[in-house]
Every structure is written in structure tokens, then in C-alpha cells.
Ligand binder design. Structure first.
Ligand SMILES: [Zn+2]
Length: 294
């Protein structure tokens, strides 16, 4: 179960990993906590009359196409996008939006879905939200709380039969090492590097928070699924510019130089050895033990 704040996050964070596990026959579910109602139109080609008026429907259609591209199941949790507050001082969050909801209420909604879908592994964002959007920070808090509560019969007794997920990961997409690897390849050929601004952004983040690679415990080899990731990204046509940064590096170069996605094992109830190359490492063994002792 991959828990995300907005439709399109599932296609930019750990997307190829979900496609891989789905293709290998696992049940994979993406959960969008909000409807992404406050996302602005970031693709100039989609900034045309008739789109913004029905943005909620448009984003539902986009999400359905993205889930299809990844081969995953998808569910909405039904909370309302908080938007990215801008200005100094920051304006208050819109009333009733996801980041203003009581943690208990949001957690119960996710616990209900965890108990229904019964995932062995969950993914979410780290305590910084991956990037500082209030909905991403809230996504982190709700996922942590649901991971703890879902298996406890005392918690949310009306939200279904208890189910204990075994592992919880953070997505780590913004690796400086990855971007620098591509930059080196461009400097070898003398071509201008199309992600220069992005690399500077990440350098600033690294100066503040440290490099995510120091936190990564688990790398998933999923280059084969990068085309599906890109198709899912393109499905979010209002949010993703097909001429933008996400598509700047040729697929072949990404598959050759950095064919993995990065995760941090944040919680585990099974034994595993770090570094890992499989989100399910230790899970099958634990399930067998459960079978034997049942
Ligand atoms: Zn988001």
C-alpha cells in the first residue's frame, strides 16, 4: 500500500516500484489522501478554457489513467487538498482542508482501509514530507499513526478487523547523487545539462537536511518499469509538463546509470538485513512462521 498526499505523487515517488510489484503478481494499492483540488495547472498546454472549471473531475480522470499505467489498484480517502500556502506571512490553511483535520479522524479513515486491504508493506513520506507541503507532512503523520493502530483491537474498534502491517518505508526521490551522476554523463559528452536548476535546488536541500542517500536502506531495481512510470506521469496532464524536468533525461540513460528507486525502512516488525533490495524482505519468512504457529 503506497500512501500519497495528492494524485500525481504516486507517479513521481516510487512509481516504478509499485509497477514492478504489481507486474510480479502482488496486490498493490495506491491511496490518495486528498483529491488534489487545489493543484494549479502546471502544463501550459493544458491551461485552456474548460479545464479549471472542472478540475476535480479532470484530476479523477488523470488519476484513473495513471493507476492503469502502473497496473495498480487505487482508492481515494476523500480529504480536501490544503494547497501550498505562499506569501510572507503564510496565509492560514483553508478551513476543513486535509492538513487541518484532526489526526484521529484522518487516521481512522486510513486504518479502515488498511484493515480492508491488509497490506504487508506500506510506503509514505518522511517527517519532512519529502518536500514541505502541509499535506505531505500530514500524510507522514497519518501513515505512522495508522501503521501503529491498525493491528490494535482497542483502537478504532468500528473500523474493521485488526490487521498488522509488517514494514513501513519512506520514499526518497530527491537524491543529489542521482542527479550528479547524470550531470557527469552530460559533462563527458559536452552537452548542456537539462536539470541544472533542479540540481541547485537539491544542493540547497542537502545543505539543510543532509543527503537522503545517507538515510536510504533499500534500493529497488525497477528500470524496466520506468516507461510505465513516465506514462503515469504523463497521465497527470494538468500537473506535469511533458517538456519539463521529469522527462529531461533520456530513459535509456536513467536505466543504465540509475535503475533504482530509493526507500528508507522506517518501521519493521520482521527481521531483515540492511541494505535491502526488496520491500518484502523478511515478510514471507514471517508469514510462514505465522502459518506454522497458527
Ligand atoms: Zn503532493
Amino acid at each position: 500500500m503506497a500512501v500519497h498526499a495528492h494524485p500525481d505523487d504516486e507517479s513521481s515517488k516510487g512509481a516504478a516500484t509499485t509497477a514492478k510489484y504489481a507486474a510480479e503478481g502482488n496486490d498493490v494499492m495506491v491511496v490518495s489522501l486528498t483529491g488534489g483540488e487545489r493543484g494549479s495547472i502546471l502544463n501550459p498546454a493544458m491551461d485552456v478554457p474548460g479545464i479549471l472549471d472542472r478540475i476535480e473531475d479532470v484530476r479523477r480522470e488523470e488519476m484513473a489513467a495513471a493507476a492503469k499505467a502502473l497496473g495498480v489498484q487505487h482508492r481515494w480517502l476523500g480529504f480536501v487538498d490544503s494547497g501550498l500556502p505562499e506569501g510572507d506571512p503564510l496565509p492560514p490553511l483553508p478551513e476543513g482542508s486535509f492538513a487541518t483535520v484532526e489526526l484521529e479522524e484522518a487516521t481512522e479513515a486510513l486504518v479502515r482501509l488498511v484493515r480492508e486491504f491488509r497490506p504487508h508493506v506500506m510506503t509514505t513520506y518522511d517527517e519532512n514530507g519529502g518536500y514541505p507541503h502541509p499535506d505531505h507532512i500530514m500524510c507522514h503523520k497519518v501513515s505512522m499513526a495508522a501503521f501503529e493502530a491498525a493491528g490494535d483491537p482497542q483502537r478504532y474498534p468500528d473500523a474493521g478487523e485488526p490487521w498488522t502491517p509488517l514494514k513501513l518505508y519512506y520514499n526518497h526521490g530527491f537524491s543529489l547523487q542521482r542527479v550528479e551522476t547524470f550531470a557527469e554523463e552530460y559533462s563527458r559528452t559536452g552537452e548542456p545539462f537539462p536539470m541544472q536548476d533542479w540540481m541547485e535546488n537539491i544542493r540547497r536541500r542537502v545543505a539543510e537536511h543532509g543527503d537522503v542517500m545517507s538515510r536510504v536502506t533499500t534500493q529497488i531495481d525497477c528500470g524496466k518499469y520506468f516507461p510505465q512510470r513516465d506514462e503515469a506521469l504523463r497521465a497527470h496532464a494538468t500537473q506535469i509538463d511533458p517538456n519539463g524536468m521529469f522527462f529531461a533525461i533520456p530513459l535509456e540513460m536513467q536505466q543504465r546509470l540509475w535503475p533504482t528507486e530509493e526507500f528508507e525502512l522506517a518501521k519493521t516488525r520482521v527481521r531483515t538485513a540492511i541494505p535491502e533490495t526488496d520491500l518484502f524482505a523478511g515478510v514471507l519468512e514471517a508469514a510462514e512462521v505465522q502459518d506454522v504457529t497458527r
